[in-house]
Ligand binder design. Structure first.
Ligand code: ADP
Length: 223
């Protein structure tokens, strides 16, 4: 069974002060198997983030269907989608979105607050921080970290609930070349080690080539 399937997904946004909605996704169908790594590439504005947001149930298609582990999400309640996101999906964005007042360890544990009675999350958090080379920063605050370190914390936060799917939207977009390459290597390494499914939006060809499959988006369609 595919982990996630999209069937003819269409999505438009209404432009302010315009009558007609502008189509962003114009009929996207795709199927992603568990454990796959997939890059989504294409020019700026072609719909990559919108596609990722639809996969992550942060945005709803106007038409078409999203099926997650065999469950159609059409008409699913906000509560159901929220539970699905917190249990099954880890998000990494271009900006880290860490809470400035919380320590690294506290930030990593934030997603566990939404999931009842998991195993020892703090031990897992420390283990993951060790893997990404940040165990010595557990009590530090985001402002005390470098950009690359903050994104590594965001990676750990995305993995903390043992999701089935990681959705990463230009996660290296705010980093210099060396840190970007290191973060991509880390993501791919973690994907291989844990078997989590990874979908990465990137406009860097070198990053995309490290992924198992590359999907080109052009004007809201798969090219
Ligand atoms: P990409 O990630 O490929 O750069 P996006 O998916 O972010 O592309 O955006 C595709 C198009 O949809 C753009 O023209 C953008 O302006 C528009 N768009 C994205 N999100 C919104 C929104 N929330 N409201 C209105 N328009 C949006």
């Amino acid at each position: 069974m595919p982990l996630i399937e999209l069937k003819n997904v269409i999505k438009s946004y209404a432009e302010p002060e315009q009558q007609n909605a502008v189509p962003v996704l114009r009929g996207i169908s795709l199927s992603i198997e568990p454990g796959e790594s997939l890059a989504i590439t294409g020019p700026s504005g072609c719909g990559k983030s919108t596609l990722l947001n639809v996969m992550g149930t942060l945005d709803e298609p106007d038409e078409g269907e999203v099926i997650f582990e065999g469950e159609s999400l059409s008409g699913a309640s906000a509560k159901r989608l929220s539970a699905l996101r917190s249990q099954k999906i880890g998000f990494i964005f271009q900006l880290h979105h860490l809470l400035p007042q919380c320590t690294v360890l506290e930030n990593v544990l934030v997603p566990t607050l939404a999931v009842k009675g998991g195993p020892n999350r703090e031990a897992r958090a420390k283990e993951l921080l060790e893997i990404v080379g940040l165990s010595h920063r557990a009590t530090w605050r985001p402002a005390q970290l470098s950009g690359g370190e903050r994104q590594r914390v965001a990676v750990v936060r995305a993995l903390i609930n043992e999701p089935r799917l990681i959705l990463a939207d230009e996660p290296t977009g705010s980093l210099d070349e060396a840190n970007a390459a290191a973060l991509t290597d880390l993501l791919i390494d973690l994907q291989k080690k844990t078997g989590v499914t990874l979908v990465l939006v990137t406009h860097q060809r070198a990053q995309a080539e490290h992924m198992g499959r590359v999907l080109q988006i052009h004007e809201g369609r798969i090219a």
